[in-house]
Design a protein around this ligand. Structure first.
Ligand SMILES: C[S@@+](CC[C@H](N)C(=O)[O-])C[C@H]1O[C@@H](n2cnc3c(N)ncnc32)[C@H](O)[C@@H]1O
Ligand SMILES: [Zn+2]
Length: 195
């Protein structure tokens, strides 16, 4: 029945890929999105059970390594792989660029939600520090926000000031870590990593 089908569609969220001023391709709101609205599935605890350990890194070719580094969420132990290890399975939300003042975050289930009202045509961005905990991850930021941190790292989530202002939008597993002491191993600039 058409009516059953219609009732399963998200009524408000419509997003699309477009050219971003931040970096390459980004995701844009086709219609305005209200604060609090779920935008897409994110990462649940179950997804972290499938972590690929960094020890397997050398088994991927350089191009795939670069893609993993750019798109898949890392932890100190490994990265969360795509379903069935299919690296072509990148749904639209995985093209969200980073902003140090992003308009998207995570809810308690780990889904992507709007953290403020988003206007039609606005780019959707989230702070990668809300999700990324690989201590070796680091990249220069081009978000253009007045709050820009200039360098984004996989250690940002541990910073007390970061946690204080953003804890309610962090991935649930990162909210639970009580000790905010920075890791003794510093982040390695991404250009120093061999792809
Ligand atoms: C998940 S992809 C986002 C889609 C990407 N822009 C593209 O064209 O495929 C993440 C990559 O985009 C780039 N990127 C995202 N946000 C950025 C930012 N604020 N500053 C600089 N580069 C960014 C980085 O290369 C990062 O590894
Ligand atoms: Zn920034």
């Amino acid at each position: 029945m058409l009516r059953d089908y219609m009732s399963k569609l998200p009524p408000e969220v419509l997003i699309e890929l477009g050219r971003s001023e931040i970096a390459g391709v980004g995701v844009f709101a086709v219609k305005s999105i209200r604060k609090g609205r779920k935008i897409a599935d994110g990462l649940g605890e179950k997804d972290f059970e499938t972590l690929v350990p960094w020890g397997k890194w050398g088994e991927f070719d350089k191009t795939t390594q670069k893609k993993i580094w750019d798109f898949w969420i890392g932890t100190p132990e490994g990265f969360v792989p795509p379903e069935n290890m299919d690296f072509n399975k990148l749904s639209i939300e995985w093209y969200f660029n980073h902003s140090c003042d992003g308009n998207v975050g995570f809810n308690r289930k780990g889904d992507f939600v709007a953290i403020r009202n988003i206007k039609k045509g606005e780019e959707l961005t989230y702070d990668y520090g809300l999700a990324e905990s690989n201590p070796r991850f680091s990249t220069r930021c081009n978000c253009g926000s007045s709050k820009c941190r200039k360098i984004i790292t996989g250690n940002d989530w541990k910073e007390q000031a970061f946690r204080k202002s953003r804890i309610s939008y962090m991935l649930p597993r990162l909210r639970r870590i009580p000790n905010c002491v920075r890791a003794s191993v510093g982040a390695i600039p991404v250009r120093e990593l061999q792809f």
